[in-house]
Design a protein around this ligand. Structure first.
Ligand code: IPE
Ligand code: IPE
Ligand code: MG
Length: 254
């Protein structure tokens, strides 16, 4: 039985989020420049997007560049921006062919003009596709997003559009850049680091976390399948007891 066959298609995570980490170390271990790792990381992105689409996953969020990553050495940042723009330009046709809708979260205004132009065009060109929604987090950090949400809420309160007593979890969710997507059920981080690094802090409240030592440029569909199989073996309790969850499962089955 292949790994893919071990996946229960009726219980797929609807939304998978990935912290694509380890490009730099992968390259340095080979005696190469960090950018060499980023170039190879693009191959993994292609493979995983294809794998997620084939399975029927509805949303895939990829953390590609964080707010904090702006502090890296300038040649690495510039190289990443050029790689990003080139990749999007090359891939937009394939995205359309595979019915994939591209979306962005993050402070896109911070990107150089040539990159944001390419990205926004691709969002526009793929906007009508209704297969996989691929969300790229770029110049994104959760604290940036939350501060933004607070500012927007304060503005609406000041304008009299929103009363403080009306603010609920639902309101807050609507002011996040992810308001149109369900929360991720599975979050994968590659390359052996056990941290969230300012990624979707609010949205990951009940996500299952999966960490693997595999460096991002080595990560392929089979690794994604392993993560999903692992996810499907877990009992998600959402604060309840295991017995309550089993009871529900028994009722659901009848
Ligand atoms: C992830 O790989 C890609 C980005 C953050 C842009 P890294 O570049 O963080 O690789 P390591 O963690 O240094 O190996
Ligand atoms: C997180 O990786 C950001 C992305 C994958 C885009 P980092 O490599 O920047 O995270 P830290 O610095 O190890 O926490
Ligand atoms: Mg890293």
């Amino acid at each position: 039985m292949s790994l893919m066959d071990k996946i229960d298609r009726s219980r797929l995570p609807q939304h998978i989020a990935i912290i694509m980490d380890g490009n730099g170390r992968w390259a340095q271990e080979k005696g190469e420049d960090r950018l060499f790792g980023h170039y190879h990381g693009v191959e993994s992105v292609r493979n995983i997007v294809e794998g997620a689409a084939e399975l029927g996953v509805k949303y895939l969020t990829l953390y590609a560049f964080s707010t904090e990553n702006w502090d890296r050495p300038e040649p690495e940042v510039n190289g990443l921006m050029i790689l990003l723009a080139d990749t999007i330009r090359q891939e937009v046709g394939t995205l359309n062919k595979n019915n994939i809708r591209l979306q962005l979260i993050g402070n896109i205004d911070m990107l150089p003009g040539y990159a944001s132009k390419e990205l926004l065009e691709a969002v526009e060109l793929t906007g009508k596709n209704d297969g996989l929604t691929l969300i790229i987090a770029l110049s994104y950090s959760s604290r940036w997003e939350l501060v933004n949400a607070v500012k927007l809420i304060a503005t609406d309160v000041q304008a009299g559009k929103l009363a403080p007593r009306q603010i609920s979890e639902h309101t807050l969710r609507n002011y996040l850049s992810t308001s149109a997507y369900p929360d991720p059920e599975l979050m994968i981080r590659t390359s052996g680091e056990f941290r969230i690094s300012n990624f979707l802090l609010y949205q990951l409240a009940y996500a299952e976390l999966y960490f693997t030592d595999t460096r991002w440029p080595d990560f392929r569909k089979e690794h994604l399948y392993e993560a999903i199989i692992n996810f499907q073996q877990r009992q998600r309790r959402f604060g309840k007891t295991g017995e309550q969850i089993k009871g529900n499962a028994a009722t659901d089955a009848h």
